[in-house]
Design a protein around this ligand. Structure first.
Ligand code: FMN
Length: 354
């Protein structure tokens, strides 16, 4: 039973105020962000925590079919929170209709030196330069296979830091083949600002060669497994209009199933007053929302109505999820909002979109 003093309150704009999460946040925000992140995920995985979270944050379903997959609702967890697939069930208890694990690379790698994650609390934002720290695709596969979560599972793939850009396709194809039988969809991440040169794959010949290789392998794997798995490409909100025109043309030419817009930004204009503004890495959370929305709308316009579009970036309130849908997103994802607002945000978004 929920104690009365831990019950939700509702603010004037309809957002849940969750005293339980406010308490947890007050403790976690006193810690180093990366330690807090690990501890929060471990706590959410404790045997009693799953049912408590499920009970407290449950929302009714709003089923939707996208990518020929059945989603219980339109709200998903963005990549990067569960890079190794170690916390799928705990995150599933928060009500997400889909969870995207990764980015995973062929071989394990440590990522960048710490500190590499910074909280810009006054801006409801984070800067991170994690650099694809992960335990490698074989570890992730075992974890994904052992999941009990019944929702849609996306697996986000990348390249190892020491793989030269000319050989990047080999890393993506290696991961694609490995995860294909386990993933409901696969995301190809070409937009992390923290792997040198990665964003070069968003343009021109490098992009076209990658898309062709992915489509050829997808078609081969679909025959082999007698199952078609959609592929989505995740892009940066920093792409210019002409870059997006070139990108979307390539996506349409190669019949890529969907686009995720987008990743973190290199922009700092909105957080220039922060003590962390000069930290290298990608900025996420509230300050990226407008930029992500502008690019989302443009990508929808350029792609036309048929390619699936996932809107990500700066969802801190339920109405921000609605905004993304109005700009043309079929599904939405969030990451930083979960850190600042807790699982009540997921439930609020699901209700608003329903
Ligand atoms: C600490 C951190 C790590 C991230 N790692 C990844 C990653 O490994 N792969 C990826 O595609 N996106 C990654 N992202 C980007 C998020 O998935 C998302 O696209 C971005 O943060 C914008 O959404 P948000 O404002 O809701 O956080 C990461 C974001 C953060 C804050």
């Amino acid at each position: 039973m929920t104690q009365p003093y831990l019950k939700y309150k509702t603010s004037s704009d309809g957002a849940s105020i969750d005293p339980l999460y406010s308490l947890a946040r007050a403790i976690f925000f006193k810690m180093d962000p990366e330690r807090a992140h690990d501890l929060a995920l471990k706590t959410a995985s404790l045997p009693f925590a799953g049912s408590l979270i499920k009970h407290r944050y449950k929302s009714s379903a709003n089923p939707t079919k996208v990518l020929n997959l059945d989603f219980e609702n339109q709200v998903g967890l963005a990549a990067g929170l569960d890079k190794n697939g170690d916390y799928i069930d705990a995150l599933g208890a928060m009500g997400f209709g889909h969870i995207e694990i990764g980015t995973v690379t062929p071989k394990p790698q440590p990522g960048n030196p710490t500190p590499r994650m910074f909280r810009l609390t006054e801006h409801q934002a984070l800067i991170n330069r994690m650099g694809f720290n992960n335990l490698g695709v074989d570890h992730l596969l075992k974890r994904a296979e052992a999941r009990k979560y019944k929702g849609v599972l996306g697996i986000n793939i990348g390249k190892n830091a020491n793989t030269p850009l000319e050989k990047a396709n080999d890393d993506y194809l290696h991961c694609l083949q490995k995860v294909y039988p386990v993933a409901d969809y696969i995301t190809v991440n070409v937009s992390s600002p923290n792997t040198q040169g990665l964003r070069e794959l968003q343009h021109g010949q490098l992009l076209r060669q990658l898309l062709q290789a992915l489509k050829d392998t997808q078609s081969k794997l679909a025959t082999e497994h007698n199952q078609y798995r959609p592929i989505l490409i995740k892009i940066a909100p920093d792409m210019s209009e002409s870059e997006l025109a070139d990108f979307t043309q390539a996506v349409l030419e190669h019949e890529i199933d969907g686009v995720i817009a987008g990743n973190t930004t290199n922009e700092r204009q909105k957080v220039a007053d922060s003590e962390h503004a000069a930290e290298q890495g990608g900025l996420s959370g509230a300050p990226v929302r407008e930029l992500s929305n502008t690019k989302l709308a443009l990508v929808r316009q350029l792609l036309g109505p048929d390619t699936v579009l996932v809107g990500v970036g700066g969802i801190l309130e339920a109405r921000h999820a609605q905004e993304k849908r109005d700009f043309g997103a079929d599904l939405v994802q969030l990451y930083t909002g979960l850190i600042y607002r807790g699982p009540a945000l997921v439930r609020d978004c699901i209700r608003t979109l329903a």
